[in-house]
Design a protein around this ligand. Structure first.
Ligand SMILES: *Cc1c(COP(=O)(O)O)cnc(C)c1O
Length: 407
């Protein structure tokens, strides 16, 4: 399929290019020392991850350990409640082992680490979800695992810190600056630059320097590939529209990868939080501008000094001041449309899906559900497939404390 001069039949052969660019976005903006480490990972990715042996082992792990393929559920009662003209469906990444899509790329990254002969995986975490997924993968493969986390986040995210420790990870407290995600990223990269002979950095989304945006997308693309086949089997046709929430953009990139070459409308949903003022949301693709941070060029939210701006939303897993370079590219092309959902719409969707379908979604995923609900009310007919990126058990205490139990 041709779209704005891009041939999507061969898209994955050309994007990213060999320097890690999706059009003008992406690249490798790191210190020279780390450039060599990135080149090593890139080369290993191309040689190892395309090998039959690696692919066969990852397939086996997905089936035997992760519980893949995850099903698609037809959300009949929710569809009816929205007027019944449009049928809503959910790809159930909440049923992936450990409760979210993040394990898809963590198992891939950790398996690559094993094939490369590395002994340790290193990462940062904010809300702790990536830390838990990586600690799970490290335990499975018998790798050491250092997770860098700001002291403020460690206090806020006690259950995830406990999960990481039970899984055997070493949680390294970062105590400088604001003691949150940004400092944790810096500290983790600093540690990695000293340890890259024995360790590999495992990024938590389609972010960071090349090859991570490509690698994480490719590992997540299992979601879109499965979903396309399952949806065809179930209904005999493709969905008219697919929807996913976008923080860094990994669950969205995974779902979208299965449908970019199809006549399907694609939406990425960003968190509008409390509103449009800088600091009240994390909608980088909607309100941001071009810049470089954390090793890559993309669209980002900047403060008055041009540094990454503070961000907020009800979903801590979406609170990142940029999004992956491929999303910036697909936005400019117009192939994917990006829109926003605020905190209140999100909480309403969280309760609607719980009450009408018996599925408690992650607050992150609830952004995609809320957007699909709006579409279902607006459109005359058709079908919408939502990527239900994770389950909401982790969010129950927060939602009840801040919003109470809804009717
Ligand atoms: C981390 C997380 C997200 C956001 O990350 P992406 O890279 O944008 O997918 C979304 N949903 C859940 C459940 C998460 O844990």
């Amino acid at each position: 399929m041709q779209f704005n001069g891009i041939d999507f039949d061969t898209y994955f052969n050309h994007y990213p290019d060999k320097n890690g660019y999706f059009g003008r976005y992406g690249g490798v903006f790191v210190a020279d020392k780390l450039k060599a480490a990135m080149a090593e990972i890139t080369q290993a990715y191309y040689s190892i991850c395309q090998s039959r042996k690696f692919i066969a082992e990852l397939r086996r792990i997905r089936a035997e350990f992760q519980g893949r393929p995850t099903p698609i559920s037809h959300l009949e009662r929710l569809s009816d409640a929205m007027g019944g003209r449009v049928q809503l469906y959910a790809k159930r990444e909440d049923l992936n082992h450990s409760g979210a899509h993040k394990l898809n790329h963590c198992m891939g990254e950790a398996l690559l680490a094993k094939y490369m002969g590395k002994k340790k995986v290193i990462a940062e975490t904010g809300a702790g979800q990536h830390g838990v997924a990586l600690a799970t993968a490290a335990a499975y493969f018998g790798l050491e695992c250092d997770i860098y986390m700001g002291a403020v986040d460690i206090k806020k995210q006690a259950p995830n810190v406990a999960r990481m420790k039970v899984l055997g990870a070493n949680v390294v407290e970062v105590t400088h600056g604001l003691q949150t995600l940004k400092e944790a990223v810096d500290a983790a990269f600093e540690a990695y630059s000293k340890e890259y002979n024995d360790a590999i950095y495992c990024i938590g989304s389609v972010l960071g320097p090349h090859p991570f945006p490509m690698m994480v997308r490719d590992f997540q693309s299992v979601v879109g590939i499965e979903a396309r086949e399952q949806f065809l089997d179930m209904t005999g046709h493709l969905p008219n529209t697919i929807v996913a929430c976008v923080g860094g953009g990994s669950n969205a990139a995974g779902l979208f990868a299965g449908f970019l070459n199809d006549p399907v409308d694609i939406y990425g949903v960003e968190p509008l939080g409390r509103g449009k003022a800088l600091g009240d949301h994390a909608a980088s693709l909607t309100y941001g501008s071009e810049g470089v941070m954390h090793g890559f060029n993309s669209i980002m939210l900047k403060d008055a000094h041009g540094d990454p701006a503070p961000v907020y939303s009800v979903a801590s897993g979406l609170d990142y001041p940029s999004s992956g370079p491929e999303h910036a590219f697909l936005r400019d092309l117009g192939r994917v449309k990006y829109d926003v959902i605020d905190d209140n719409e999100t909480i309403d969707a969280f309760y609607k899906l719980s009450r009408l379908e018996g599925i408690i979604p992650a607050i992150e995923s609830s952004h995609a559900v809320a957007f699909a609900m709006k579409l279902a009310k607006k459109l005359e007919h058709g079908s919408v497939l939502i990527n239900l990126s994770g389950r909401g058990d982790k969010d129950l205490d927060y939602v009840i404390e801040h919003y109470g139990i809804h009717d």
